[in-house]
Design a protein around this ligand. Structure first.
Ligand SMILES: [Zn+2]
Ligand SMILES: [Zn+2]
Length: 90
């Protein structure tokens, strides 16, 4: 039996512990593809607002990633910051 692992923290998951997270497109936006996450990582994705994300985590992630990852993070945070700014301006 092949054990799936959490795509975020790599912890091995048995079938009943797998939480399927819709990625890269959220379920609410019509996404169908999912990735396996453990409960703790899944909670973090859904319950911790991006504005409250630990800053040292973001910095650490940034320098651990390659070019694709860094550009992706720069782009995603750029869009998020602009969206937040526009939302607050209304
Ligand atoms: Zn995890
Ligand atoms: Zn999810």
């Amino acid at each position: 039996m092949t054990k799936e692992t959490c795509v975020a923290c790599s912890v091995p998951l048995c079938k009943r512990d797998i939480e399927n997270h819709h990625f890269p497109v959220p379920k609410a936006a019509g996404g169908k593809e999912t990735v396996p996450l453990c409960r703790s990582c899944h909670n973090m994705v859904h319950r911790v607002p991006l504005n409250d994300w630990p800053q040292d985590w973001s910095a650490k992630a940034f320098y651990q990633m390659g070019r694709e990852g860094r550009l992706f993070l720069l782009k995603a945070l750029y869009i998020h910051a602009l969206t937040e700014f526009e939302r607050k301006a209304k």
